[in-house]
Design a protein around this ligand. Structure first.
Ligand code: SAM
Length: 426
């Protein structure tokens, strides 16, 4: 007997027990994932077709390759599926998918998924699996068995699933990862954050973007162990969780660039000012003819001074964080257009439009941000209107943007000195 019937997107699922997890608030997460996967699977298929066509044109006798061109398997794993709602929606709403595996460790969950697959008539695309997510992914780490995309949507921290996940995604495949342990990531428990994510979190005004950057560095570190690396497409902070969409590629040479994408974070305990110290750099190698052959080097930057130059206090040390771009602007624009062109497909479409429009405007070259309330709170002044602050930064000759992660955010490359000068004039 059904306890609850849930209709979301093109799926209608039935819950017979409270023991199987379902959260209606995550509709935004599922809608956004569908929009991202719709664009990703198009690209993925096109890329594979181009590769296959190249292979064929390189062959003298091309009869063998014809099938390869027509059939590009696009297989998705939902490693922690609960009701199967997400997998069923992917099957019904994302084009190009050839197979989805909906996995869960709980027997009740798998039984629920089975029934929902049948009632939604997606048996030809979705199959169930009753396994530990890591064990299942390890069984798929061979290049011939890898998935085009893996979705990890666990309770809390996803790090225990990353070692297997980064090995089981195709070259150029997509990893979709949720983390809901925001207290850990946002600096309430920096030691736990180090244990789980390999980075120390800080209690700072920009903790939500810092959380995204800690998760990205964590995935990159796991990938690097297997000579693989990530390219972030979209990184979102929403409600009580963060969600990142990253492509995974293979290439030992590219992994050498990782240190240039990571930084330690120094946070002044007095004025909250944040200084980043990159872990490494990458520059052209003059001894190489090919300019692509860049050379990794350890930066010889001066250490961040013991006392903050603005208020003479000491620093907390956090990180390492991912300090390279966290979104791909072109990809984000395409996802946004897809949502705008198909409003009927997304229950939370308006919210996605709002968030992605802000994401698209974010200054990619500037990690982290100030917040207006914290800046003025520090000096016990009444807060300046956001518009006045932004105009002052622009007048001083620096770009400024919001971050989607905070309404009061100020993302700018303007030095902290410029910001404090503006505050002094208020
Ligand atoms: N993705 C789902 C959605 O969009 O509705 C929600 C997933 S729920 C947050 C997490 C699920 O992971 C639970 O159903 C739980 O049984 C399952 N789970 C926990 N540990 C697991 C493991 N090691 N392997 C497979 N499934 C696991």
């Amino acid at each position: 007997k059904a306890l609850k019937t849930i209709k979301e997107g093109k799926a209608e699922i039935c819950l017979k027990t409270e023991k199987v997890f379902y959260n209606p608030v995550q509709e935004f997460n599922r809608d956004l994932s569908i929009a991202v996967l719709s664009i990703f699977t198009d690209d993925y298929k096109a890329e594979k077709l181009t590769r296959a066509e190249k292979k064929i044109s390189n062959r003298q006798n091309n009869t063998e390759g014809t099938n390869e061109v027509n059939e590009v398997p696009v297989t998705i794993l939902e490693a922690l599926s609960a009701t199967g709602l997400r997998s069923i929606r992917y099957a019904k709403e994302v084009p190009n998918i050839t197979k989805i595996v909906a996995n869960d460790l709980s027997e009740q969950a798998v039984q629920t998924i089975r029934e929902n697959i049948v009632s939604n008539n997606v048996q030809s695309i979705v199959e169930t699996s009753h396994d530990d997510a890591c064990m299942l992914m390890y069984k798929h780490k061979h290049p011939m068995k890898r998935f085009a995309a893996i979705d990890l949507d666990p309770y809390g921290c996803p790090s225990m699933f990353l070692d297997s996940a980064v090995q089981s995604v195709q070259d150029g495949g997509l990893l979709l990862v949720t983390a809901t342990d925001m207290a850990v990531l946002a600096g309430n428990s920096p030691e736990t954050c180090y244990c789980k994510y390999g980075a120390v979190s800080l209690k700072t005004k920009c903790c939500h973007e810092m959380a995204l950057r800690i998760l990205l560095q964590c995935i990159e570190q796991h990938a690097n162990r297997y000579s693989r690396y990530i390219v972030p497409l979209l990184s979102i902070s929403a409600d009580f969780y963060i969600r990142v969409f990253v492509k995974i590629y293979s290439g030992a040479f590219h992994c050498k660039k990782t240190t240039s994408k990571l930084s330690m974070v120094y946070q002044c305990v007095g004025c909250d000012n944040i200084t980043l110290q990159p872990l490494g750099g990458f520059k052209p190698n003059p001894t190489e003819k090919n300019p692509e052959q860049m050379k990794a080097y350890l930066p010889t930057v001066p250490p961040v001074s013991e006392f903050c130059v603005h208020c003479n206090q000491r620093h907390h040390l956090g990180g390492p964080i991912w300090s390279a771009p966290i979104h791909d602007e072109v990809f984000v624009s395409r996802v946004l257009s897809h949502v705008q062109d198909n409003p009927q497909l997304f229950g939370t479409g308006k919210r996605i439009e709002g968030v992605l429009s802000m994401v698209r405007e974010e200054l990619q070259e500037v990690p982290l941000y100030y917040t207006l309330d914290k800046l003025f709170g520090r000096v016990h002044l009444e807060t300046m209107p956001m518009l006045v602050m932004r105009s002052a930064i622009l007048n001083a000759g620096y770009k400024v943007s919001y971050s989607h992660a905070s309404k009061l955010s100020i993302k700018t490359a303007a030095p902290a000195q410029v910001i404090w000068d503006i505050i002094r004039t208020w």
